[in-house]
Unconditional design. Structure first.
Length: 600
């Protein structure tokens, strides 16, 4: 039988599995649930639904597989939870059922493909299509992949409103324990309703408020996007998967941890941030770190969706790797402590803050370390026998990020999965980046690495920006691109954008941005911002309308930052390319444009 034929089941049947023995409860949704429900209702199901593949031990009967699944459903409230809500509204309540039923699809094959795990993964990935009905649907779609009646794999697709990747790993570990005849200890981790009660208590509310303040500070002052450069365009980008497997990288990581006394996870995060900041030419690495909330013991093994982003802000203006490592743990812990928040209020704050700043928050780099979770499929991946490191490319998928990194394993193989924007990295450049990460770990395993040597050590070069780019308000910006975008947004009106002096009493810097240097020490002076001059001979736009029009153009264009001030003048100067002429034009009106009055 051909491999293509072996991927077609000989028979497909559905089993309805009843369960009883739970306790009926209800209460408010948790902050993590509300965060993911927002995504479940908005995003493409293929992008938001999660999955895992569980290998079935040889000799296991189908009934044992189903009985173990039933036991997990009774054991964990999240698997018996629905979210009732009226049509057109978002759920804010969760209901735990005492009894019910779920279905298991059995795909029986005469012969499985040679790589059965890969085939089972395909089954799980396909099941992501179709939005989960939060008010009524069981949160797991379970398929048993069998050969001649014998279960070989269980492909699980899950609603992200009920579980996250960590929860699936806990379920997998407990399911294998049950199949082996083991006894599970009582559940001591917080249940979803228990977590909701903690969050609603005064201490929980204070924690949420502190998280909002922490995020606001970073969004108000940090780079609006790490990849603010000429090739960064678009929002949802089709991104290919790059996988690295390297025993050499794992050995180097262990040596760095031993030499410095740092945790391997922190060492790897530090190296990744250092290389990202080096490649992007940024002085601060701002990254989303989703697996943050489980650093608390009572949440470490909860079956729930507690995944909320920690927003890491790591100042990389230090002389060497060891100096950055000493800062990284504190910065990461600070981010983790501020990763519990009301997601709706968070995004309201982000909208208000970015409108006032004139920026667009881009979650463009994500670092997701799942290597510390309970045993996963990746943990069973053997070390590569071929080239070192082993690099392979997988399928594309649409992601709203520029670089997404999953750390699957750190020993005895360093196993990373990366998705990189092909507009920013050719395949050769992407492979050079992950190889450079291994080279940095190898160098840091024997001695401290000066950051002046990063290009030589890693082979990764900083991105090139032409002289039209400058650093303003902590962000890399192209003033000519801002002028062009604002002109287009205002129907073609002539626009000039100048970089203001940090001395608020001094006039704008009217040097030609096409000849001004783009990377000087002066560009990090506090207070640099932009002023836009807009020429109008007819009905002039107000600063508020100009700001609103430009803000609508910011998504997907990280090299744009709104001016701090809009000056509407009577007509352009005779020589529009001579910036000092704009200063002599008659001013019709001026302002920040930040008022949210009538901007239509």
């Amino acid at each position: 039988m051909s491999e293509r034929d072996s991927s077609r089941p000989r028979s497909t049947r559905t089993r309805t599995v009843p369960y009883t023995g739970g306790t009926e409860r209800r209460g408010p949704a948790t902050m993590g649930q509300a965060n993911m429900i927002r995504c479940v209702l908005r995003d493409d199901p293929v992008h938001i639904n999660i999955y895992d593949v569980w290998p079935v031990p040889a000799g296991t009967r189908l009934e044992a597989v189903i009985d173990a699944l039933r036991a997990l459903v009774v054991r964990h409230e999240a698997l018996r939870t629905t979210f009732p809500h009226a049509s057109g509204t978002a759920p804010c309540e969760q209901v735990v059922a005492a009894e019910g039923e779920f279905t298991v699809t059995v795909l029986d094959h005469a012969e499985l493909p040679p790589d059965g795990a890969r085939y089972a993964t395909t089954v799980a990935r396909r099941a992501r299509a179709g939005r989960f009905r939060l008010d009524r649907e069981f949160p797991l779609r379970v398929s048993v992949v069998a050969q001649d009646g014998a279960p070989a794999f269980v492909a699980v697709t899950a609603s992200h409103a009920a579980t996250d990747g960590s929860a699936l790993a806990v379920l997998r570990e407990e399911w294998l324990t049950l199949l082996a005849g083991g006894t599970l200890p009582p559940v001591t981790a917080l249940t979803p309703l228990g977590l909701a009660a903690e969050e609603a208590a005064p201490a929980g509310l204070r924690k949420s408020e502190a998280s909002l303040r922490y995020w606001e500070q970073i969004i108000r002052t940090g780079p609006q996007a790490m990849f603010a450069e000429p090739r960064a365009t678009g929002t949802d980008v089709r991104v290919p998967q790059l996988t690295l497997r390297s025993p050499r990288g794992a050995e180097a990581l262990a040596r760095v941890a031993e030499r410095t006394g740092g945790l391997p996870s922190t060492v790897l995060l530090t190296a990744w941030c250092a290389l990202i900041a080096h490649r992007t030419g940024q002085t601060t690495c701002v990254a989303a770190v989703p697996t943050s909330n489980r650093f608390l013991p009572r949440l470490a093994r909860t079956v729930n969706t507690v995944s909320q982003d920690a927003l890491l802000s790591l100042d990389v203006q230090v002389p060497s790797f060891d100096a950055l490592l000493r800062k990284a743990w504190g910065a990461a812990l600070n981010a983790y402590r501020h990763s519990q928040f009301d997601a709706l209020r968070l995004w309201e704050m982000i909208g208000d803050t970015t409108y006032e700043r004139g920026s667009h928050f881009a979650r463009d780099i994500v670092f997701n370390d799942v290597s510390t979770l309970p045993a996963t499929l990746a943990a069973a991946t053997p070390a590569p026998d071929g080239p070192e490191p082993e690099l392979s490319w997988g399928p594309d998928q649409v992601l709203p990020t520029r670089v997404l990194t999953f750390v699957h394993r750190t020993a005895p193989v360093l196993h990373l999965g990366m998705w990189v924007d092909p507009g920013l990295f050719t395949r050769d450049e992407a492979e050079a980046f992950v190889t450079g990460l291994v080279r940095l770990l190898e160098a840091a395993g024997t001695q401290d690495v000066p950051f002046t040597d990063l290009t030589e050590v890693t082979g990764v070069r900083p991105v090139g920006r032409d002289t039209g780019w400058t650093r303003v308000d902590g962000c890399w910006v192209s003033p000519p691109a801002v002028a062009e975008a604002l002109s287009q947004a205002l129907g073609g009106l002539p626009v000039h954008v100048a970089v203001d002096s940090p001395d608020t009493d001094a006039p704008p810097d009217t040097a030609d941005p096409d000849t001004a240097p783009s990377d000087t020490a002066s560009e990090d002076r506090a207070g640099r911002h932009l002023t836009a001059f807009i020429a109008s001979d007819g009905s002039p736009p107000t600063p508020e309308k100009a700001h609103a029009a430009l803000m609508a153009a910011l998504p997907g264009r990280p090299g744009l930052l709104a001016p701090r001030r809009y000056v509407i003048v009577q007509g352009p100067p005779a020589e529009a390319d001579r910036s000092d002429g704009w200063l002599r034009q008659r001013i019709l009106m001026e302002g920040t444009g930040r008022g949210r009055g009538d901007v239509t």
